[in-house]
Ligand binder design. Structure first.
Ligand SMILES: [Zn+2]
Length: 408
């Protein structure tokens, strides 16, 4: 089947150029041509989509989401009465909301079993192309250790979602092997404390350099790379020294850490919108007090750190931590990146070309011939008005693999 999408304009993130009166041709799910309508041979049997008034661009990519998290604040009583199957089913709704907001690819940063990716690929329910990490590994008492001081443990290991707590080099190798066995595309480690976990602090590092190295080595043996939840300065540096690929959050970068990232070509995934959502949930009475205090304490340092990274030319890839905030609100991150000094085109590159390269997903983030037919249509010029990408209602057209998933 051939699909021809006619739009007022076509934005190519790689070149930054906008073509007026454009057409995108998709055959059997893959792009065959994207460019000026004039001079393009549109096959007579093509199905056509009139996207007048819309700017077409490649489907967006979010490098840090949590599809099985509810995104409506943190309520331990609710979690205690949520069976694992219900938690899993949250991903069905989250996947659709994410896709309909224009995000046609994501990397899930923990919680989502590989079966979700497989179900989306099989067409059981609509969702973005998904890479999963399955379980985020942290030390005892670390960011994903869900033992509480009362003695209760909220982490219910599933056959395809291995236990998340790990201590020691040999144990780390075992955990990484378990996560890969469960179908992980990426390995997620927590090399510092975090905001939503009650028992640790974001400015403290976590896991030893040797433990992180063991994970990176074990992952590489099986063709995987490592993403590090890394907020503390020492946690960021340990992760970089050990060879992780991406730094998530990066609240306390300094000159040395930035130098290491530039040398290593590592990407930073800022998730600027995450602490905002914690505070918004808090104002609605949906956050425990410890998390509110932590979110307020980090928000200014986070901004300063990301601003420094942007100014220094660190590779910035788009990521939001949705699941902290509501699914589908991913686009709110764009204006926060812009406020800290990124040009609109660089914000869009962060969520297309740079994100695709960062997570290593093939055929996404561009509309070159041979790419997946994943594209969105936005009501206006996103370069002039970046906030259009923040409103799912402005993303009037979403096509994934040549199949229309949303149109006005
Ligand atoms: Zn996260």
């Amino acid at each position: 089947m051939i699909l021809a999408v006619f739009g007022d304009a076509l934005l190519d993130p790689a070149s930054g150029e906008t073509t007026r009166d454009a057409v995108v041709l998709i055959e059997d799910g893959k792009v065959t041509r994207a460019g000026k309508r004039n001079g393009t041979q549109v096959p007579r049997d093509a199905e056509t989509i009139d996207a007048h008034g819309l700017t077409l661009l490649p489907g967006l990519i979010d490098c840090h989401v949590h599809l099985t998290n509810l995104g409506e604040g943190l309520d331990f009583a609710r979690e205690l009465t949520t069976p694992p199957t219900l938690e899993l089913m949250r991903a069905v709704r989250a996947a659709r909301q994410t896709l309909e907001a224009g995000f046609t690819s994501v990397r899930d940063a923990a919680g989502t079993p590989a079966g979700v990716r497989m179900a989306i690929d099989a067409g059981y329910f609509p969702g973005p192309r998904t890479f999963v990490t399955v379980s985020a590994l942290s030390q005892t008492g670390g960011h994903t250790d869900s033992h509480f001081m009362c003695g209760a443990d909220l982490d219910i290991p599933l056959p395809d979602r291995p236990y998340m707590v790990v201590d020691g080099v040999e144990n780390m190798r075992l955990r990484v092997r378990e996560v890969i066995r469960a179908g992980a595309d990426w390995i997620k480690l927590c090399t510092s404390g975090g905001v939503l976990s009650p028992g640790d602090q974001p400015h403290h590092s976590a896991l030893t350099l040797e433990e992180i190295k063991a994970a990176v080595d074990e992952a590489a043996t099986q063709g995987r790379r490592v993403m590090a939840h890394a907020q503390a300065n020492a946690g960021i540096k340990n992760a970089l020294k050990a060879g992780v690929a991406t730094i998530e959050h990066g609240i306390w970068l300094d000159g040395d850490a930035i130098e290491m990232m530039l040398d290593g070509g590592n990407a930073l995934i800022p998730t600027l919108v995450a602490p905002h959502w914690v505070i918004r949930h808090a104002e609605a009475g949906k956050m425990p007090a410890y998390a509110i205090g932590k979110a307020r304490a980090v928000i200014d340092d986070h901004k300063a750190s990301i601003r420094l990274a942007i100014e220094s030319g660190v590779k910035i890839a788009f990521g939001t931590d949705t699941g902290v905030g509501p699914h589908g609100s991913n686009g709110e991150e764009f204006s926060l990146m812009h406020e800290l000094g990124m040009k609109p085109i660089d914000c869009i590159r962060a969520a297309t070309t740079v994100a695709a390269e960062t997570i290593g997903m093939k055929g996404v983030g561009n509309l070159d011939a041979g790419a997946w037919g994943d594209l969105i249509g936005v009501a206006g010029d996103p370069l002039a008005e970046l906030s259009l990408l923040a409103k799912p209602a402005s993303v009037e057209l979403v096509i994934k693999g040549g199949a229309v998933v949303k149109s006005r």
